[in-house]
Design a protein around this ligand. Sequence first.
Ligand code: ATP
Ligand code: MG
Length: 390
Amino acid sequence: MTETKPILPGATLGLMGGGQLGRMFAQAAAAMGYRVAVLEPQHDAPAAEVSAEHIEAPYNDADGLDRLAERCPCATTEFENVPADSLRRLAAKGTLTAPPAHAVAVTQDRNVEKHFVESVAGVPVAPHCAVLSEKDVALVDEALFPGILKTARLGYDGKGQYRVKNRDELLQAFRNTNGVECVFEKMLPLKLELSVIVCRSLSGETKTFPAAENHHRNGILAMSVLPARVPEAVAEEARAHAMRIADALEYVGVLCVEFFLLEDDTLLVNELAPRPHNSGHATIDACVTSQYEEQVRAMTGMPLGDTTRHSCAVMLNVLGDEWFDAEGRFRDPDWRAVLAVPGAKLHLYGKKEARRARKMGHVTCVAPTLDEAFERARAVARILGLPDPE
Ligand code: ATP
Ligand code: MG
């Protein structure tokens, strides 16, 4: 455990990546009096708009990284595919990175990640095996069928995944990936998907947010419910698992642990995200401290904040699809009507162009009870033309 001097408000915090997660991080940092310098190649990125400085450079650009390091005593990332080497370069220049490069490296490869979670942290994952070459297809245990082949690296929102029934289909799917390294997982009967946001400080203190319940549409998170509608024992087990993983990784910062809850209430880890997460957006409006503020506190060596949930929340993701009416005509959603719903909190990411399947914003509906939060979410969903949340 290290006891370091905290980095005080007024300092500039480094941010790798300019998407919406970075934007909400920058907003939380600014609220506490920090400046943010974002390294992001895209000119009008969501996080750049709300940051004090924008270094327009690729994520692995040596000069850009050195400029970031000069300004920032500490830096973080908003996406997991930031090159671990970039974080190492920042660290070598004396910038503390939270998360540390070694933890990000583990989460960048599904095979390495599963091995770590199961064998090092001692937390169960889905039955699986690595498929690194065509030869491995023949060696896959029959008991893993039907299953899902996932590319080991760079997948998100269900991209790079193939559902297969048998070995022939698996071989075909593997060839479709152009032979990149994959993991093959048994298809499991899921009752629910949960996630826990855990935050670990430089001194090794950990705090978890209440478990959230997540529902996807077309492979993209559509709705997140806080707290998850599961028995208290299940939620507590998930929080304990998340803490074990953060400790085992010697993590610093905010980590999201995604879980599968099976029909028999078995809890398995699906995957890790070494950053704030879409399923944690509701913490902004429903908890004393948000996941973004927690990231600021952790990386600056400040005490972690209170993760207590003061409201119930239903978070609806708003995709670019909501800009198209039933006839496919483009028009702005009726934000005035959305904001007229009691407890509805609108978050838009400032993206210039609404495209289908693009995450444009979210609406969190808070209320004293989940029933009321759902009632409000249903009202918002009707306005936006989304399916009824339930
Ligand atoms: P995201 O970016 O949304 O986290 P991803 O591309 O990283 O997604 P996963 O989280 O691995 O992919 O899988 C996407 C979804 O597919 C899961 O949320 C779950 O609904 C389903 N899924 C994945 N693996 C399994 C499995 N082994 N059994 C049943 N369903 C699964
Ligand atoms: Mg996932």
